[in-house]
Design a protein around this ligand. Structure first.
Ligand SMILES: N[C@@H](CCC(=O)N[C@@H](CS)C(=O)NCC(=O)O)C(=O)O
Length: 214
């Protein structure tokens, strides 16, 4: 069975959502890395970066990096059409935006979660966060301006990219700002939030609690 080192409300959630849609059983090793040194040490046994998600394949091989894991799983199960195939004209934009969300937006979490990683003076830490959150919002805006979506980002079929954006857009500065920055994708993430196949999953792994849009 697949094993994922992950946490509710983290970057493991879009992978878990994919596995749910694919109806593939998996086990989660819950590790809230941003909250506890014990969790980071647990994850370090599989990922020296001490970050979730980390996927343990049935062979024991380890895979990290959320976008890569999602692309890999989608390609392994082409019948589910969660990624355009290698010769599909949509493939280039799929790869482009999966990598963009990971590299330009998600990766900033390393500083946002703990600015003292780059700021010597603890008193200056807060001043680092606002520009990073502005940068995230601006990256969503630039992506939104360059896509021509249908019901979903790449057209009329749900793909791994929609699941990825639906989750990462909930990270700070939060969904309300995302809706303003990315009006086209705002409609799409709401559609993903409301997907009846994922209702129980979201409730368990990233609940829509009061005030969740921030
Ligand atoms: N590039 C990685 C980023 C993973 C990441 O930043 N994970 C966060 C949780 S959402 C984490 O584990 N942070 C703990 C830390 O960096 O100390 C990916 O896309 O999988």
């Amino acid at each position: 069975m697949l094993k994922i080192f992950g946490a509710a409300g983290s970057g493991s959630v879009p992978i878990e959502a994919m596995l749910t849609l694919l109806q593939i059983p998996y086990e989660v090793v819950e590790a809230v890395t941003w909250d506890s040194e014990t969790a980071r040490q647990l994850v370090e046994t599989v990922n020296p970066l001490r970050q979730v998600p980390a996927l343990v394949l049935p062979t024991g091989e380890i895979m990290t990096e959320s976008a890569a894991i999602m692309i890999y799983l989608a390609d392994l199960h082409p019948q589910a059409k969660l990624a355009p195939g290698i010769n599909d004209p949509k493939r280039a934009q799929f790869l482009r935006w999966m990598t963009y969300v990971s590299a330009a937006i998600y990766a900033l979490v390393w500083i946002v979660d703990d600015p003292t990683r780059i700021v010597a003076e603890k008193t200056q830490a807060q001043s680092v966060i606002a520009p990073l959150l502005d940068r995230r919002a601006d990256c969503w805006r630039m992506m939104d301006e360059q896509i021509a979506p249908g019901r979903y980002i790449l057209g009329d079929d749900l793909s791994a990219l929609d699941l990825y954006v639906a989750v990462i857009s909930r990270f700070n500065p939060g969904r309300n700002r995302f809706y303003r920055s990315a009006p086209k994708m705002a409609e799409i993430v709401r559609r993903v939030d409301a997907d009846p196949r994922l209702t129980a999953f979201w409730a368990r792994r990233y609940p829509f609690d009061a005030g969740w849009e921030k």
